[in-house]
Design a protein around this ligand. Structure first.
Ligand code: NAD
Ligand code: ZN
Ligand code: ZN
Length: 353
């Protein structure tokens, strides 16, 4: 596409004020700065983070009005004068980390999500719920040409984040990992990455639809938090020897499971916190944490190398998490379903509808 084919106006979903809803309207197409590319976004996954952002759930400042979205897959249609290593027509992805200073000690050691100057797609800068979005050339995900933009979109946040979380858990092939919130967007990806990495998984979520999906994706066991009389006992019972899983990946959007995990994780095991419920706190008994040598840590998206690795698992055909495609104009309906915990897997919006 040449510069003259790029329209001046485009369709977007805009959050006008904290609390929402989103409004579907036409807005100007942005212009890339010298170190940026303009991406014609074809598909964007809808992450629970987008809902947290709209609701104002988190204690960090947000841009308003805001175009959300940070699982955007598209094609580069224009580039700034400093961009030499991305060609027009190349497939790229917009992820949560939009940009970083590249010069602080975190950036210098490839921990760029921890950069104090980090810019966040669909939070501090406009994201991928629009037909044309800006990406920083240094940070956009490189999508191999053989990959479908529709199915790779959820890898750009959900896939990357759970892949990184599983690495941070320190679990080794053959060990067991409990995935809490396994039926959601991150969870369904986590079951697939865990399987590809050689872990056994105990999936925890609510309802029969999510149970069926988790088992089809490869979970060895499913604990239903809604019907179980004792989640802690049921998770332990589901583990090989009754002593609990080696690692717990906490992806849930409520505080309860964050308090429970230390009661069923295996001694010397690791609890990795990934989900970001509003106003939530972690609580674990000091006695058990000490005498059972439990590790509790956070994991936040991933760096550029983690992104490339997560995409490569997908490229090799190892990650096939379910998703449903819906028009961008229907984004508010997706948020309603998400709020009610009714989405098994991920929704991907098609920006042309
Ligand atoms: P989602 O809504 O698709 O899935 C959440 C799942 O948690 C649902 O299936 C729900 O049924 C389940 N759940 C709720 N309460 C539960 C309980 N008590 N026990 C077990 N399961 C329970 O959300 P998502 O898009 O997968 O995102 C999950 C969370 O991860 C969000 O808070 C999001 O902001 C956060 N997130 C964090 C990072 C990071 O880098 N740390 C990156 C992306 C998303
Ligand atoms: Zn996300
Ligand atoms: Zn930095």
């Amino acid at each position: 596409m040449s510069g003259t084919d790029i329209p001046k106006e485009q369709w977007a979903q805009v959050v006008e004020k904290t609390g929402g809803p989103v409004s579907y309207k036409q807005i100007p197409v942005p212009q890339p700065g010298p170190d940026e590319v303009l991406i014609n976004v074809k598909y964007s996954g809808v992450c629970h983070t987008d809902l947290h952002a709209m609701k104002g759930d988190w204690p960090i400042p947000i841009k308003m009005p805001l175009v959300g979205g940070h699982e955007g897959a598209g094609i580069v249609v224009a580039r700034g004068e400093l961009v030499k290593d991305i060609e027009l027509g190349e497939q790229v992805g917009i992820k949560w980390l939009h940009g970083s200073c590249m010069n602080c000690s975190f950036c210098r050691t490839a921990d760029e999500p921890l950069c104090p100057e980090a810019q966040l797609s669909g939070y501090t800068v406009d994201g991928s719920f629009q037909q044309y979005a800006i990406g920083k050339a240094a940070h956009v995900a490189r999508i191999p040409k053989e990959c479908s933009l529709e199915s790779i979109a959820p890898i750009l946040c959900a896939g990357l984040t759970v892949y990184k979380g599983l690495k941070e858990s320190g679990a080794r092939a053959g060990q067991e990992v409990a995935i809490v919130g396994a039926g959601g967007g991150l969870g369904s990806m986590a079951i697939q990455y865990a399987k590809a990495m050689g872990f056994h998984t105990i999936a925890i979520d609510g309802g029969a639809e999510k149970e069926q999906m988790c088992k089809e994706l490869g979970a060895a066991a499913y604990v239903d938090f809604k019907s179980s009389k004792n989640v802690v006992e049921d998770v332990k019972k589901a583990s090989f020897d009754g002593l609990g899983p080696q690692a717990v990946l906490l992806l849930a959007v409520s505080e309860g499971p964050f308090q429970q995990a230390s009661h069923y994780v295996r001694s010397r095991g690791t609890i990795v916190c990934v989900g970001l419920p509003a106003n939530a706190f972690l609580k674990a008994p000091v006695f058990d944490t000490v005498t059972r040598m439990i590790n509790i840590k956070g994991s936040y998206v991933g760096n550029r190398q983690d992104t490339a690795e997560a995409i490569d698992f997908f490229r090799r055909g190892l990650i096939k998490a379910p998703y449903k495609v819906i028009g961008l104009s229907k984004l508010q309906d997706v948020f309603h379903l998400m709020e009610e915990g009714k989405i098994a897997g991920r929704y991907v919006v098609d920006t042309s509808k």
